[in-house]
Write a protein that binds this ligand. Structure first.
Ligand code: PLP
Length: 382
């Protein structure tokens, strides 16, 4: 039945509907009709309803009556909603499948910081006049990544982003600012955020074919480069594609650029390491991502491999590029070189604590891509 299908988009299975019966706390509103096939995108028997937002499962916020004095009731209501929600989260986390997230984290010690509105707005390296920040943690994490990707402290610039997408948006923007008339090249299996960047920045974009493995096909890349020989090239190189986990051959990409007549001052490479950027350096014989090669930026997602309760990511680029991009904002007493304005100040502390506990050991070995879809990491030599 179509109606049940639409509910399962949100609840993903009947067991959970029973566990967290939202109708016990809110009155359901009738479901909108499901869009006809030409508007709807049907995958795995699930239909995505376009053009109509589903509000059926929302926890409605109602305005109090004028003489409402039931504060106690409200608190009890809230406690019961949250308790059910927590149970639902525990259940769903247990059967979490298909997203490459590390759920094996315990950040209990950081609970005490929940009460603070920590915001790292502006540039991580310039203290703004907003005092409740965590820049000391942020820069500590950034320095660690700079070491990992072999760039000197005074030669890099970076920040902790809100997600892998923000890293891609930033990396491609830096490329576009360095080469305003550059053409963006990305393999067809690149993350959708890469093509979103092309649309946002109105860049010419060439989708390059992939090999069967999902890696970029450098023969096709070369043909497309030669067809746009008069314009600089901005390339998104994947360090792990979302679906197949394919790692583009960075060395071959650079070699193809050179063979096609693109010298280093006519290309910019952004490495989308959202998925494997943190893992590759520890995998034997994996292609090496390093700023010793002519790359412009690298980004990773913090909530995937590291495992972090809120989405976040890391973006590192070369300092020389950032001056092209940034402008000063007087009332922040800072520089504006990030995509977002306000930035989550909790995320850097989570990343930092992960680094402190695990990274000092030097060598992380990937043991398994566990049944729950989360990466299990262990430290093989401490
Ligand atoms: C997950 C992912 C992204 C985007 O990361 P978000 O943190 O979800 O925004 C980008 N590229 C690849 C290859 C990814 O797997």
């Amino acid at each position: 039945m179509e109606v049940v299908d639409a509910v399962s988009v949100h609840f993903n299975g009947k067991a959970e509907v029973e566990d967290f019966d939202i109708s016990a706390v809110v009155q359901p509103e009738p479901l909108p009709p499901i869009a006809a096939a030409e508007n709807g995108d049907k995958r795995n028997g699930r239909e995505i309803v376009l053009g109509k937002n589903v509000h059926t499962t929302c926890l409605e916020v109602t305005e109090p009556e004028a003489n409402d004095e039931f504060t106690g009731d409200k608190e009890a209501y809230m406690a019961s909603v949250l308790a059910r929600y927590r149970k639902n989260l525990m259940e769903r986390t247990k059967y979490h499948l298909g997203y490459p997230y590390n759920l094996d984290f315990d950040y209990g010690a950081l609970g005490q910081l929940q009460h603070f509105s920590i915001n790292n707005l502006g540039d991580p390296f310039i203290e703004s006049n907003y005092g409740v920040h965590s820049r000391q943690f942020e820069v500590g994490v950034l320095d660690w990544f700079a070491r990992l990707w072999e760039i000197e402290k005074n030669e890099y610039w970076g920040y902790i982003t809100n997600c892998g997408t923000e890293g891609n948006l930033h990396g491609i923007l830096v490329g576009r600012e360095v080469f305003p008339d550059g053409v963006l090249y990305a393999s067809r299996e690149s993350h959708y955020s890469v093509f979103k960047a092309a649309r946002m920045y109105r860049m010419d974009c060439e989708k390059v074919d992939c090999l069967i493995s999902g890696e970029i096909d450098c023969a096709d890349f070369k043909a497309k480069l030669l067809a746009n020989k008069d314009k600089p090239a901005i390339i998104n190189v994947n360090i792990g594609t979302t679906v197949k986990g394919a790692v583009d051959d960075l060395d071959l990409v650079i070699q193809t650029l050179e063979e096609s007549g693109f010298s280093q001052d006519r290309f910019y490479i952004h490495c989308d390491g959202a998925l494997f950027g943190l893992m590759m350096p520890f995998v034997k014989r994996a292609p090496k991502v390093t700023f010793k090669k002519p790359i412009g930026s690298v980004s990773v997602s913090g909530h995937k491999f590291v495992g972090c309760p809120m989405p976040c990511g890391v973006q590192i680029t070369r300092m020389e590029h950032i001056d092209v991009l940034s402008s000063n904002v007087e009332y922040l007493a800072s520089r504006d070189a990030t995509i977002m304005g306000s930035r989550n100040g909790h995320a850097p502390i989570f990343l930092w604590s992960f680094m402190v506990i695990r990274a000092g050991c030097g060598n992380w070995a990937l043991i398994s891509y566990g049944i729950s879809g989360s990466f299990k990491t262990t430290i093989s030599s401490c």
